[in-house]
Write a protein of this length. Structure first.
Length: 202
């Protein structure tokens, strides 16, 4: 509910929430009408390989269409860690892998640094503090453009980055665990701009 409330409150963003199964089985061609798709999922098994729940084949079919048009893609928070063994998802997110032996820590005080102040997503923002969950994960591949970073010792260094996947702009944002994060003004600004940017409206 907190995530739905967040998106309802974002200015200039018209949101239609769906779980992945409904998204995959859409028969009304709604998927094609979205300017951008925001993923907040954390599915681990690769869809369509027998280990995925009922409907995995349909999910794979739908996700394999990503990048075929200029429809934007946003991976928010744990979505950057989804499908760790699927090459397609790794190409979208920039090869992010989490070390399962390292802890995932919640309610961490994180200093967020704007390292790309000229980019439309982060333009004009100063550094800020946020309470969020941290991941010790690999850094995005070199064909990504890093926008935000942190020096938190229990976090990956890069917190937000952009990249291309086929015809699509992609925005990946590690932040976004819970309502404490959702209420942060700068988090909302970055997320809103990220969606607008991948959709070609910024």
């Amino acid at each position: 509910m907190a995530l739905q409330n967040l998106f309802r409150d974002l200015p200039t963003i018209d949101v239609y929430p769906q779980n992945l199964e409904d998204f995959a089985t859409d028969t009304g061609n709604s998927r094609e009408s979205y300017d951008a798709i925001v993923f907040y999922n954390y599915h681990v098994p690769t869809p369509g390989l027998g280990e995925y729940p009922l409907g995995g084949g349909r999910a794979r079919d739908a996700l394999e269409l990503l990048g075929e048009t200029e429809q934007g893609i946003v991976l928010l928070h744990h979505a950057i860690l989804a499908y760790p063994k699927w090459e397609l998802w790794q190409k979208i997110c920039g090869g992010i892998q989490i070390d399962p032996s390292l802890p995932v820590l919640q309610n961490q005080a994180i200093r967020v640094n704007n390292i790309s102040p000229e980019h439309p997503i982060t333009s004009g923002l100063n550094s800020w503090e946020i309470s969020d969950e941290t991941y010790r994960a690999s850094e995005p591949e070199q064909d990504s453009e890093a926008l935000l970073s942190t020096d938190h010792p229990q976090s990956m260094n890069t917190l937000a980055w952009t990249r291309r996947y086929k015809k699509s702009r992609v925005f990946c944002y590690q932040s976004g665990h819970d309502n404490d994060t959702f209420k942060n003004k700068n988090f909302r600004v970055v997320l809103t701009r990220g969606i607008q940017w991948v959709a070609g409206h910024l």
